[in-house]
Design a protein around this ligand. Sequence first.
Ligand SMILES: [Zn+2]
Length: 461
Amino acid sequence: MSGLLSVFFHLLLLFKLVAPVTFRHHRYDDLVRTLYKVHNECPYITRVYSIGRSVKGRHLYVLEFSDYPGIHEPLEPEVKYVGNMHGNEVLGRELLLQLAEFLCEEFRNGNQRIVRLVEGTRVHIMPSMNPDGYEVAAAQGADISGYLVGRNNANGVDLNRNFPDLNTYVYYNEKHGGPNHHLPLPDNWKSQVEPETEAVIHWIRSFNFVLSANLHGGAVVANYPYDKSLEHRVRGVRRTANTPTPDDKLFQKLAKVYSYAHGWMHQGWNCGDYFPDGITNGASWYSLSKGMQDFNYLHTNCFEITLELSCDKFPRQEELQREWLGNREALIQFLEQVHQGIKGMVLDENYNNLAEAVISVSGINHDVTSGDHGDYFRLLLPGTYTVTATAPGFDPETVTVTVGPGEPKLVNFHLKRSIPQATPTRRVPNPGHGRRVLPKKVQPRAREEDEETKRPQRVPA
Ligand SMILES: [Zn+2]
């Protein structure tokens, strides 16, 4: 008997020592417990926060990884993953929980790659954007889950068709001139979106996210913007057409980084579909209006792609380990992509940070802006670029910069206050015959002085 017991305890010990991360589906309570478990295991590099609640009052939790959780460090980019936006597409939710456990464990083990990532990047992981839909799908179970059961939120709304449509504005502006970045929200936007969408919009406006992926299921492909085609509907029929952004080459590269680091996505043939290199422009696959990825690109500095990760939207528990092994490297490599192109500070002559300065790259009709701390991030492929920083009340500054394939190049801007335009003054007859008179300094008029005081407030360092 005691021999049997000892064998039992040995087995228990062995199991505990080599206990793999458990691969199972996590219901809401289990998900919350798992996030806090990771936080308790890695308290100094993580933070759990909620961005708001679903229709049924469930929290939309985010787990943040950073060497200073809760703090934006200038020049350290913010990146995010959003899973389970469609409640019945559950693989992303489970992969993000695995990723959270993996980042924590590997950081603790001193894995240099993960240590570098956590110390140089602020990573925000939201395993579920639609916890209500998930519960409906999970109640049905993996085997009998219908194709659409649990897709929408508790009000029956598809959250990936619920963001303000900014494409219509940008397509108009591309033709007739107008801004190509940070398009404003419509006045009545809050009345048109669901609580989950509203929470996400507040979230992505309050962090200066640079890169993001939104995890779905039902196909295996990395999908990049635009999702909405230029002619979304013609006579009631949806028009499919490749609709590239001004950053098309960069988006293709971001998508390929994921598909080629993924176990099989890059092979192209998956779930009965074929996508060359395992990537696709969203609108050339099917046109979709009011999606989240286009909104990120058109309203904020964030470049988001949509990852379709499994043919089966609700894979069986036994599939989860294989899926994790197929996605692990891709999930890490994609986060590392935030470190490319150029970044730097935009400062005035007195070294004050300039927030919301506009960074334009000649030849790419899409600008980014500096964040509250005066730092900016511009993802770029290797090449030589002419980059201009502008801010109201300051002279623009232009530099030429060569970007390599490795770490981002540091390019700081020191903007000088513009000298107010000389106002033409009435000519006064020169009193000093034969004497040279130095021109009087032209005083700015009162109106210009008023404008001076209206200039945007600078944010102190
Ligand atoms: Zn989906």
